[in-house]
Design a protein around this ligand. Structure first.
Ligand code: ATP
Length: 125
């Protein structure tokens, strides 16, 4: 299975994103929030650094969500039963997504605070 051509590996990665979308409601919710962030960027048109910051935050949250789902799937396959260590592992994975989501929210608030006044001025308010 190793050493496949780049095109095939890209296909696997896209299939992974499609699987995350199809199987995980939380991935779909985070993807919708990322789309709203893009809309806010298009409306507010802040400095380029904000585009980069928001893009990196959205990408990390979505990537963590995929890692979370992948780990959960493997854990459930390897050990279908209930176990306190599995609870700890799954809760830590969820915690990782929460930590990054909080950071992304902070960046979004800072971006709106920084570029909101300029936007209101532009539209005459
Ligand atoms: N096999 C298990 N053993 C022990 N605790 C588990 C196990 N599976 C899930 N849990 C715990 O039960 C709680 C709910 O987990 P569950 O996976 O149902 O919901 P979730 O974390 O919201 O995931 P999802 O996003 O897939 O709905 C969590 O605290 C989780 O750690």
């Amino acid at each position: 299975m190793k050493g496949r051509p780049f095109r095939a590996r890209m296909g696997f990665a896209l299939a992974g994103i499609r699987a995350g979308w199809a199987r995980e409601a939380s991935f779909r919710s985070q993807a919708r929030l990322a789309a709203m962030a893009l809309l806010a960027l298009l409306l507010l048109r802040p400095a380029p650094v904000w585009w980069a910051l928001v893009a990196v935050c959205c990408a990390i949250v979505l990537a963590l969500e995929l890692v979370n789902s992948a780990m959960e799937a493997v854990i459930d396959l390897l050990h279908p039963g209930v176990h306190p260590s599995i609870k700890a592992a799954k809760d830590m994975l969820a915690g990782a997504v929460l930590v990054m989501s909080a950071a992304a929210l902070a960046v979004a608030v800072a971006m709106v605070a920084a570029s909101g006044p300029h936007f209101l001025e532009e539209i005459g308010l």
